[in-house]
Design a protein around this ligand. Sequence first.
Ligand SMILES: NC(=O)c1ccc[n+]([C@@H]2O[C@H](COP(=O)([O-])OP(=O)(O)OC[C@H]3O[C@@H](n4cnc5c(N)ncnc54)[C@H](O)[C@@H]3O)[C@@H](O)[C@H]2O)c1
Length: 283
Amino acid sequence: MKSPFSMKSLFTRKPAPSSHAYAVVTGAGSGIGRSFALELAKRHGSVVCSDINLAAAEETVNRIRQAGATGHAVQCDVGDAAQVKALAEKAETFFGQPATLVINNAGVGLGGRFDELTLEDWKWCTDVNLWGVIHGCHYFVPQFKRLGRGAIINVASAASYTAAPEMSAYNVTKAGVLALSETLSAELKKYDIRVNVLCPTLVPTNIIKNGRIPGRYSKLADHALMNYAMTTSDDVARLTLDRLDRGQLYTTPQIDAKLFWMMKRASPALYTRFLGLSYRLFK
Ligand SMILES: NC(=O)c1ccc[n+]([C@@H]2O[C@H](COP(=O)([O-])OP(=O)(O)OC[C@H]3O[C@@H](n4cnc5c(N)ncnc54)[C@H](O)[C@@H]3O)[C@@H](O)[C@H]2O)c1
């Protein structure tokens, strides 16, 4: 008899689960979240679009319906555990079954020197960017376990490993999302729950306009985002879903995201030295 524990079975990839069928996207009212929701609709998924801004989530749902798919808007502040619990329950009611995919995407931008940031800034950024993802995983993993399969996409950032100056709080939250995703990927494999963590550099969205970025470089940052980004939010969403299907853990969509990833891993000390020197030079 063939043992289920053969080395081959441990390393053979299972066919992609139909994880896109019943999806929940947080921060679906703008940017990358909206692109994920619309791409899922194209792939015949039914999508619960949640956002702290209900009108924006409803606009995404309108576009989903125009594309002939089904969607439902839910207002949810991901920093509030009770609201994310309610989101998971509402999604299960809407789908008539547990969700099969959660995309923990909602996030905010925060910039400024470490000594400029208030503790309230830290709390705001941590609540949305890190606790929001923890809440999403906490309330959706039990649904996936009940179903016997599922998938999670956590939207981190290249900031999770680049450690760029004047972004301390944002970097910390995204490093936490990366660590959580890597841990869950290993821990949930035996339940057939896939994890992908998205780590992009610049993507043209409203993140600067919606964020807390010091006036001295908010215009420049927004200009760079809108004019020099090497990808679009639609391409990022497509690529990430494809990589999830292939059972890949990491999505670093742009060449600079990949380059920083390799440099940081090859020599963290040299990388950090180079970063410090460039910051001193250009500041
Ligand atoms: N745009 C980039 O260059 C970039 C790069 C790397 C990572 N990211 C990450 O991508 C994700 C999406 O950001 P985006 O660039 O599309 O920005 P965006 O500002 O266009 O969209 C973010 C959405 O999240 C929503 N949101 C904010 N706070 C929320 C909360 N507490 N609860 C629920 N929803 C909330 C906003 O209303 C908005 O609709 C974020 O996690 C961000 O950190 C963006």
